[in-house]
Design a protein around this ligand. Sequence first.
Ligand code: SAH
Length: 391
Amino acid sequence: MGKADRESQTCPYVARCGACHIGEKSYEEELAEKKAQVVTHIGKYCGKINDVAGMYYPYHYRNKVHAVFGRIKDEVVAGTYEEGTHTIIPVSDCLIEDAQASAIIRTVTELIQSFKLWVYNEDTGRGLMRHILVRKGASTKQIMVVLVTASPEFPHKNNFVAELRRAHPEITTIVQNINDRQTTMVLGEREKILFGQGYIEDVLMGLRFRISPSSFYQVNSAQTQVLYKRAIQAAGLTGKERVIDAYCGIGTIGMCMSAKAAHVTGIELNAQAVKDAKANAKRNHINNIHFIAADATEYMTRMSQNGERADVIVMDPPRSGSTEAFVKAAASLKPSRIVYVSCNPETLGRDLAWFGREGYRAQEAFPVDMFGFTEHVEVILSMKYCGKEKN
Ligand code: SAH
């Protein structure tokens, strides 16, 4: 796709939505700015920072689409909150989100209107329909729709589901999630499967993964393969290593590495994700991996107290990054290499300073663009143990 094609894409919501800044600059300029951002935050800890690996087609890449329901006069709308407010900006055709997901959200909005369901009001805490989450397996094309409601009662539920499936036979599962708390969290803890298996599957790097509603799964499938290939390379595995996959989600990175490792331990806090991870290992006949539902710091500390060691630690924390306690716990297992997958260069920089004190030095960083037209950038790098005395 030429530069002109990229620049011809415009979005009517860009001024108010705030989720991305499409149309403001060319994709090439954006990638250059993202590299500069990475250099600013980690330049002093990492000698070599590569150019950002950009997307082949930077549109409609999001395989997970979320919208909040609201009402403007008599009309039910779905969209996003204007930054810092409870005002809903209706978004019906987003350029970075999966187009099929957008179409499903439009249908659900119409169905809420025609079934006369009550839309939830953030300010009063009253009403039923709160959010919708659509997830699609980029490779399998399986689609999950999660309808988040404020209470378990869902009037006309069966007819609603039947209408939705009639309009979108491509949907493979529909889940009702109940979130009765006044919170900014989208999902609550209770779930009812309204149709299908309650999860979708996707194929990544030749392995099949099941993904439940609350489990983390990278939103940009094409770029995830670029990222994971780099992670596998950065781990430098020979087949003999004991690997820890910390913050492992549904086990994707650890499973992709398992063929080149002696053993992998995945550690993850979210119990639903760990359930997925265990099912995924079984499904792919991987026997040298096991998963622990625990806080990564606590579990690694216990391992170290029991005299256990690791050769390679892979870590992929949320945007808030890791903690000093995690860094100390990781170092206490004496790995020769640590692979850090980060979605926030700022917290990565902070964490690299802590790793430096433990004797770990970053070698080479590979930024990957997973989130085109937003300010976010992913970075992967590997650290080697160089000895504390060189501090
Ligand atoms: N590596 C996975 C998931 C990365 S997202 C992938 O590539 O898909 C980060 C994950 O860290 C989330 O699944 C989150 O639930 C988990 N997490 C957050 N805090 C944690 C902690 N203290 N200990 C273990 N896991 C944690």
